[in-house]
Design a protein. Structure first.
Length: 412
């Protein structure tokens, strides 16, 4: 595929300039809020006005933007109350015995509810607390670059436009965040165990004392995120967003149209609110994406070149992404002469997970140091803290994937 070095480099330069513009002129893009939509409208205008897309739409959907990470504050309140109520065992006599049994039962219910909430919201990204929280409108941009003939196959490049709330503990140090969460999870499981012991052994004081002490580490849940600070989100994930735009830009400016392969850019909203944009896209376009061979390549946080990885497993490695898409990326990497690592997302999830769960063929490619990403979900994620060489490699891989996808029978 004849796309010149100059065209590719100009596309990367455009990516960098655009990320500077979005982060500095539009600003942080809270999920489901006006700045997210403003950035998406600007991107759609760029695609339309420059002729990089033949058609584009903005699709609307409803989200609860605080549910994903906000659950930590909800269960924080519940767990602290459940722990402190154990002090009712101090009431003397029969009344105290009855109160201690009631306290243990309440503590058990609160702990079990908190555990279920954690699993539903953060482990499997279900909409669990969403219906009880403030809801707003979020949006996706879906742009298409048509083939010269009938559409017989489709490849979609994805990145999310929104940026995250600042994770307060992550800004201190990543290990601090991990440590606090691990301690709180251990205390939550122990609370379930010790409240059961209290019910089995009514009158025993020590289980109540132990559970009451858990109130101290549970306060750490209030410092997981700060809703008042939305991060710039240059690397996470305007790099992935602009990669999708740059693919269409390179094809158009090189005069390349495939005969039967449609190339698309999917710029999702509300990934940071629980992959809600990807879920909304899958719900609306599932039939379109399953009636002909369709590959969706999700790029996220294209910064740490040495950690650039094809994530075959996603959503804390509980969801398998598509094998055929993974093979496609491997072939593209062979074509550009740079093999990528393969692995599973150890914590959290990408848009690819939401798409894969809905039966679409998707894969995630991300370049983030899993242990020492000092910019992750905090105000250090600025346009001055990017690595264009990683963005260039991902653009080359994307363009190679387009060519291979067009020439070979996908999934064979």
């Amino acid at each position: 595929m004849n796309i010149s070095e100059e065209t590719r480099q100009k596309a990367v330069d455009y990516e960098v300039e655009s990320i500077h513009y979005i982060t500095e002129q539009i600003g942080p893009r809270e999920s489901g809020m006006p700045k997210e939509l403003e950035a998406e409208e600007w991107l759609k205008k760029e695609l339309d006005d420059n002729g990089w897309a033949d058609s584009s739409v903005i699709d609307e959907f409803t989200i609860a933007r605080h549910a994903l990470v906000g659950f930590t504050k909800v269960i924080g309140v519940i767990l602290i109350l459940g722990a402190l109520i154990q002090l009712l065992f101090l009431i003397p006599g029969d009344a105290g015995r009855a109160a201690s049994i009631a306290a243990a039962a309440i503590g058990l219910v609160f702990a079990v509810f908190s555990f279920i909430t954690t699993v539903q919201e953060f482990l499997v990204y279900h909409e669990f607390l969403d219906y009880f929280m403030d809801r707003t409108k979020s949006h996706n941009v879906y742009a298409k670059y048509e083939p010269t003939g009938e559409v017989k196959r489709r490849i979609i490049f994805n990145g999310h436009v929104d940026s995250a709330y600042e994770w307060t503990l992550m800004k201190i140090k990543q290990n601090v965040m991990v440590g606090v969460l691990v301690v709180d999870i251990v205390c939550l499981l122990a609370m379930i165990a010790f409240t059961i012991v209290s019910l089995v052994m009514p009158g025993a004081a020590w289980p109540h004392i132990v559970v009451a002490c858990f109130a101290v580490p549970f306060f750490g849940l209030f410092f997981v995120c700060n809703f008042k600070v939305v991060v710039p989100g240059a690397n996470d994930n305007l790099t992935g967003t602009m990669n999708a735009v740059a693919v269409l830009k390179c094809l158009k400016e090189s005069g390349i149209r495939f005969e039967n392969t449609e190339v698309c850019a999917l710029l999702t909203g509300s990934e940071e609110a629980g992959l809600r944009g990807a879920k909304a896209f899958a719900k609306k376009y599932k039939q379109e994406c399953t009636e002909i061979p369709t590959a969706i390549i999700c790029f996220d946080t294209l910064r740490d070149l040495e950690f650039l990885t094809v994530y075959d497993k996603d959503m804390t490695s509980l969801v398998k992404n598509d094998k055929d898409c993974s093979i496609l990326i491997d072939k593209a990497c062979d074509k550009v002469g740079h093999k990528l690592l393969h692995g599973g997302v150890p914590f959290g999830a990408s848009d690819a997970a939401a798409l894969s769960k809905q039966g679409l063929k998707a894969i995630c490619v991300a370049g983030q140091d899993p242990l020492h990403a000092t910019y992750y979900h905090n105000t250090r994620d600025t346009a001055d803290n990017m690595r264009p060489e990683c963005m260039r490699l991902c653009l080359d891989i994307s363009l190679a994937a387009c060519e291979i996808f067009d020439q070979e029978e996908f999934g064979k």
